[in-house]
Write a protein that binds this ligand. Structure first.
Ligand SMILES: NC(=O)c1ccc[n+]([C@@H]2O[C@H](COP(=O)([O-])OP(=O)(O)OC[C@H]3O[C@@H](n4cnc5c(N)ncnc54)[C@H](O)[C@@H]3O)[C@@H](O)[C@H]2O)c1
Length: 188
């Protein structure tokens, strides 16, 4: 089944074999597509080297740094050419912000979760739309905890909740364009 032959997809967020992003990457490759993985830092690169193919395209990208996003996507364009799709499977909150009493979440912890888990979707898509004219699809991940109170999910639920109006606004502004954004919910 080669329905993605000739297509290149950036997959962001593989940390290990259990990462949702790795499942996406394998599915894309099984459909004949080329996958370019991005990894946050050297520690994550070492983790990826344990299980990806030796010739797997990979580029470093920390989404907390918008200049790093532009630099990573510019490198991808130079090395691999046109990109047709993007998978954003990235989220982060510090342990203290996920556990215990939500009233104790610090401003720094709240902002970090929003920055990495919600804002980064806008940041990477803005950069990708600018650098990859052939981009047609962006896939991202949300969760049941965005609409229901789940113990130990705390502030991450707020970050995921933010995506709902964001995706709606996005669809409105892109309705006349050829792009698509798909928030995908895993689990219940
Ligand atoms: N695991 C679940 O049950 C579940 C359910 C629903 C939704 N999700 C969502 O799916 C997505 C992937 O989660 P996962 O379960 O595969 O976890 P994971 O820990 O395997 O993946 C999270 C990834 O985010 C990356 N990341 C964190 N900070 C980053 C930064 N500053 N720059 C670049 N990358 C950064 C990590 O390196 C990691 O690769 C997340 O958005 C998560 O909220 C997960």
């Amino acid at each position: 089944m080669d329905i993605l032959a000739g297509r290149t997809v950036i997959v962001m967020g593989v940390a290990n074999k259990n990462s949702i992003a790795w499942g996406c990457a394998r599915a894309i490759m099984a459909c004949g597509g080329q996958v370019v993985l991005t990894y946050q830092n050297e520690r994550l690169r070492q983790s990826l080297l344990r299980f990806v193919a030796p010739d797997q395209p990979m580029v470093q990208c920390d989404v907390a740094d918008e200049e790093n996003i532009d630099a990573a996507f510019t490198t991808i364009r130079e090395r691999y050419g046109a990109v047709h799709g993007l998978v954003h499977a990235i989220a982060y909150a510090d342990k203290e912000s996920l556990e215990g009493d939500v009233l104790q979440v610090s401003k720094a912890g709240y902002n970090l979760a929003q920055d990495i888990s919600a804002y980064s979707l806008l940041a990477v898509t803005r950069s990708a739309v600018r650098l990859f004219p052939a981009l047609r699809s962006v896939l991202t991940m949300t969760y049941f905890g965005s609409t229901h109170v789940i113990p130990n999910y705390n502030i991450m639920g707020v970050a995921k909740r933010r995506w709902r109006p964001m995706c709606a606004m996005w669809r409105r502004s892109w309705v006349r364009s050829t792009y698509g954004l798909t928030p995908f919910r895993r689990g219940p």
